[in-house]
Each structure stands twice: as structure tokens, then as C-alpha cells.
Write a new protein. Structure first.
Length: 261
């Protein structure tokens, strides 16, 4: 597994010195959590050459912008995506409590990947879970705009994803009376978006609200909902929603992806 750091020197909207990420293991839920990230990076997972489809996907774990569920919604997702032929990048964006910095990190990650000829992806998309879904939604607004001032030549590259998957996204309904967050904008040029959520998720309104906004904007999207599943299940077996969303997501990805390289 290769690790790529995002910022060579000073970090935009950074207020802490760079150091190794802090982590804890939740023995009850069996989740490894990064509790502080000050030097944002990506872990790169490559598929076998025999199945490589030439497409990359950046994974944004959730954790309420307080922690990152780095295995449940990061490395486990990457391992699944590589079996489908995708190169997966698990993003360690800044936590805790730096949503603007997290968006800086995601947009920078997109630019880094696109600037490196060794990756040469036909498409580069995003998949985010919970708060990570919120982050991916903000990176997918239209028209696309950078969240930080450029620091080098690669920042002239577009930070707009080619497609986005939002799995039980959260915090997209901060508008009046739980409507769409006022700084989210979509139109017919918005990248294709896949949304999955369950009725019993306390954040389910975010899935419904963004789907409505995409429909009203004539954007391309697909919404799937299940009655039960809750929140924060990743790919873990024993939860019907966790077992079904990957099947639906794979079908959607196959519909929108470009030819193999």
C-alpha cells in the first residue's frame, strides 16, 4: 500500500503542526478510528492488472467530522473496489472539526491524482460515507470552485469529480426547516450521483433532500432506499442494507463508466 501526502509545506486552513495520525480501536463496534489528522494523506490500493479498468475512486470515511472510521468506511471499501477493477484512494482528511480543511484536502487529492501520469485514470470519482458523504457532495457542486488558493502548478487542474457515490450521507439538510444546506448548488452539469440510505437512519433526510435538489436541477442521479439498516454499517455482513448497497452501486458504476484502458 502506497501513501501519498497532500501538502508539501504549509497546509491551507491548518492550525496544527504536522504529525502522525492518532488512532484508537473501538472494541465494541470493532472499528479503528483516527481521532486526529494533521498531515492529510491518501492510502493507495491498486487492483490486479488482470481486472484494472483504468478508473480511480477516492474514498472519504465518515465520523461526524470528529474522527475517521478508517477501516469500516475506508480500507474495507478499498479492498472491495479493487476486486471490481478500481484503483482506490482512502483519504485521511483533517479531523477533528475542520470541515473547510477537509474540503481543501479532498480537492487537493483529486488534483494530485490527475497530475500524476502513473495513474492516468479515464475517470476519477468519489465515494463518501456519512460525514464523508457530506464532504463528497460539497466537492460535487456545480459550477465547481476551489476551496483554497493554489500553491503550485497542479492546483490549476480541475478538482471536480467525474461521478460521486453518497452512502448514508449526513448533514446536507442544514437549511431552514431541514431543507438543503444553502451552500449546495447543482445543475444539469453536476457529475452523476448515486445515493443510498435507509428509512430508519437518523440522517435519512439528507438522502431525500439532496435527491430532490438533483431532480429539480435536472442533474443525473440515482436514489435507493431501504426500510431498515440504520447508519454506519459500511460493508459489514449481517446488515441487509450493507449487503445490498454494494450490488446496486456496482450496477450503477457499470452503467456510467468509460471503456477500459
Amino acid at each position: 500500500m502506497e501513501k501519498l501526502f497532500l501538502w508539501p509545506n504549509e497546509i491551507p486552513n491548518g492550525n496544527k503542526a504536522k504529525r502522525a495520525s492518532s488512532q484508537i480501536i473501538d472494541p465494541i463496534n470493532k472499528v479503528t478510528k483516527l481521532t486526529e489528522v494533521t498531515n492529510p494523506s491518501m492510502d493507495v490500493f491498486k487492483p490486479d492488472a488482470s481486472v484494472d479498468n483504468g478508473i480511480g475512486i477516492i474514498i472519504c470515511p465518515g465520523g461526524a467530522y470528529s474522527i475517521l472510521a478508517i477501516d469500516l468506511e475506508g480500507h474495507e471499501i478499498a479492498q472491495w473496489l479493487t476486486t471490481l477493477g478500481y484503483t482506490a484512494y482512502v483519504l485521511q482528511y483533517r479531523v477533528p472539526d475542520n470541515q473547510k480543511g477537509a474540503l481543501n484536502d479532498l480537492q487537493r487529492a483529486i488534483k494530485i491524482i490527475r497530475s500524476d501520469s502513473k495513474f492516468n485514470h479515464a475517470q476519477l470519482g468519489l465515494i463518501g460515507f456519512s460525514a464523508g458523504g457530506n464532504l463528497c457532495a460539497y466537492a460535487s457542486i456545480s459550477p465547481s470552485k476551489d476551496s483554497y488558493s493554489g500553491i503550485d502548478e497542479m492546483d490549476s487542474i480541475s478538482g471536480r469529480p467525474d461521478f460521486t457515490l453518497l452512502i448514508y450521507p449526513a448533514y446536507l439538510d442544514s437549511g431552514k426547516n431541514n431543507t438543503l444546506s444553502p451552500d449546495l448548488f447543482f445543475d444539469k452539469n453536476t457529475p452523476p450521483i448515486f445515493i443510498f440510505g435507509t428509512n430508519d437512519d437518523p440522517h435519512f433526510n439528507s438522502s431525500l433532500i439532496i435527491a430532490q435538489a438533483l431532480q429539480e436541477s435536472d442533474a443525473s442521479f440515482e436514489l435507493h432506499t431501504f426500510q431498515e439498516g440504520g447508519h454506519g454499517y459500511g460493508l459489514r455482513h449481517g446488515n441487509k442494507a450493507a449487503e445490498m448497497w454494494p450490488i446496486l452501486a456496482e450496477r450503477w458504476l457499470n452503467k456510467i463508466k468509460t471503456p477500459t484502458k
